[in-house]
Design a protein around this ligand. Structure first.
Ligand code: NAD
Length: 242
């Protein structure tokens, strides 16, 4: 199966943990809601950060170490090819929004990219004092090594914890409202608000394609569900016309 993309189309792509699975990074739902063997409540919530910042940093330091070893796979590269085909021709008909915190999309070459759940390779002030997030690739062995902001607050991972507001939601809503094709890859449809994006696109009348080895929870909202691994389905999947 291929998906035709006409000169009139605007494409919004949403990716989840599944697109990085073939790069060796574990998904979140693979083992009953654990992520790499951890309970989300212990490491991915504001409460966990207040209670035990050392445990939170240990988890994200391990994710950083794993992320450095991983390489983009053919699915990441196919999205770069699609972006180049669309954005070079017509100044921006493609936006990639990822729930992933790894940097495999940008390392593959994606440019028009939103990390709605934050980025592993950055840290920011725990006090939300207004300082910008800073690039930070460190793998911390203990909390003593973690730096502080100029205001005195401890640096925390630049990650949207469960219960916090995802990033760039205004831009995401604007882009979904004007897309004509939504492509969703490797996400279980269980984390909100991302699980609602397909409903917003349906309201706008866009075509809606899901790609992944199993049907997501929100499968009924898609016009096509293609069951397969992203790295096998995505290369050659799009036919850009015109
Ligand atoms: P999820 O773990 O809930 O779902 C993963 C989905 O990927 C499943 O539906 C599974 O069928 C599918 N999948 C597995 N292998 C695949 C493949 N080869 N090709 C395509 N699909 C495949 O993931 P989610 O919906 O993204 O939600 C998890 C949350 O945890 C997100 O908010 C994300 O920020 C975070 N997370 C990020 C990473 C990462 O950055 N790599 C990894 C794990 C979790």
């Amino acid at each position: 199966m291929t998906i035709p993309i006409s000169p009139a189309d605007r494409v919004f792509v949403l990716t989840g943990a599944g697109i990085s699975a073939e790069s060796g990074l574990p998904t979140f739902r693979d083992s009953d809601g654990l992520w790499a063997g951890y309970r989300i409540e212990d490491v991915c919530t504001p409460e966990a950060w207040q209670r035990d910042p050392a445990a939170v940093w240990a988890f994200y330091s391990a994710r950083r170490a794993a992320g450095k070893k991983a390489q983009p796979n053919p699915a990441h590269l196919a999205l770069v090819e699609l972006e180049r085909a669309l954005n070079l021709r017509d100044g921006g008909r493609f936006l990639l929004c990822t729930q992933n915190v790894d940097d495999l999309h940008e390392r593959a070459g994606s440019v028009n990219l939103i990390h709605m759940h934050g980025e592993l390779a950055k840290s920011r002030c725990e006090r939300e004092c207004g300082a910008e997030p800073v690039e930070d690739h460190a793998v911390y062995a203990s909390l003593d090594e973690v730096g502080r902001c100029a205001c005195g607050g401890r640096l925390r991972p630049h990650i949207v914890f469960f219960g916090e507001m995802p990033l760039e939601m205004d831009r995401i809503q604007r882009e979904i409202a004007r897309c004509t094709l939504m492509v969703v890859v490797g996400t279980s449809g269980s984390v909100y608000p991302a699980a609602n994006f397909v409903h917003w696109a349906r309201f706008e009348g866009a075509r809606r394609v899901y790609i992944g080895p199993e049907r997501p929870l929100n499968a009924d909202a898609f016009t096509h569900v293609v069951e397969g691994k992203a790295g096998q389905v995505l290369p050659g999947f799009f036919h850009v016309e015109g």
